[in-house]
Design a protein around this ligand. Sequence first.
Ligand code: NAD
Length: 382
Amino acid sequence: MSIIGFVKEHAENERRCSILPINVKAYIKLGATILVESGIGKSINITDSEYTDEGATVETDRASLLAKADFLMSIHALEKVDLEKTKTTVCCMSFLDPFNALEHIKWLQQSGRSALSVEMIPRSSRCQKMDALSSQASLAGYVMVAKAMSILPRIFPMMMTPAGTLKPSKVFVIGAGVAGLQAIATAKRLGAAVIAYDTREVVAEQVRSLGAKFLAIDIGETGQTDQGYAKALTPEQIEIQQQAQAECISSSDVVITTAQLFGRKPPLLIKKDVIAKMKPGSVIVDMAAENGGNVEGSVAGSIVTVEGVTVIGTGNWASEVALDASQMYANNLQALLLEFWDTETKKIVLNLEDDILQTALITHNGELINSTIKALLTQESV
Ligand code: NAD
């Protein structure tokens, strides 16, 4: 019988958790043993007894939980100080940010521990229900609009009143992937006039179907990977983009940037000279601030003023709607574990031939599994 442990998150300002009582019920029905750390749901007002009521064992001692679990589930990757208390055969599943955690991955491999990175789960139809990147990005799109709205000294919709007519606010969204499309839909629902841009042309139709306009920029050949991610632009293409979008930015009340390049630093798309042309009091939300930023002057974890414009780079967006984010993340994990649940032995069986594990499993039994990370680490050690 597999023992699955769920630990409390230690990251600063993190309010989400990786399991809700309803998931305990489903795991227990399968025959798993579920350990949860005491207080795991406190930040979203779920008590320990709600977990025990569904059949979980609540551990007040984190070290004891860590020592017992065969599988350890969390949102953020466990740190070494925690991992040292686990069985060496443990398998941890969480966001791992593998491209920026190569040293940590080396340690995991050498210590024999297995780690599955939820951001590396393939983006196929089979995996949609496990796609934590998408579930959390979608909420992030909503939260970014709410944050901008709470700071902008204007309302979003048009309002015709005896006291005068208010024009709708203009929102420009750069990057129309999962987060961007949700930001567009949210801003539209609130009545803003929305324009969006993305380098992947296939997205234009999706943007229009949400009632927003797509800004056409001819930057030459662009493309996407087989996983649907954008390919990096050349410096010349970035410059064309920066110039072509400058006018749209300067006339916008709110700009939301969500442009990312999977596994790489995000492109810098808005420079200070363009911010200076925006109306004072306008708002920019930089989703990428934590990884280097799409916006010059944005500060990870902070709200700053750049050239009279408020630039929000607070990050960890989904944690602001922690209850819904926890529900979605916990369901993503449940779908993942179900995929590898063996009903006869009542155990999780990791079949390494499976394409999900081929890419999402980073280390296993002292081996590096994901070929991209393996190549990066092998290259590094040459
Ligand atoms: P992401 O977070 O890597 O990037 C966000 C967006 O930024 C993307 O749309 C990308 O094209 C865009 N971008 C990159 N550089 C840019 C630039 N210079 N200017 C403007 N925009 C730029 O991507 P994501 O949101 O996680 O996913 C991207 C796509 O992956 C989705 O739109 C979808 O097509 C695909 N996807 C498929 C599945 C599935 O099949 N299960 C699940 C999720 C996503």
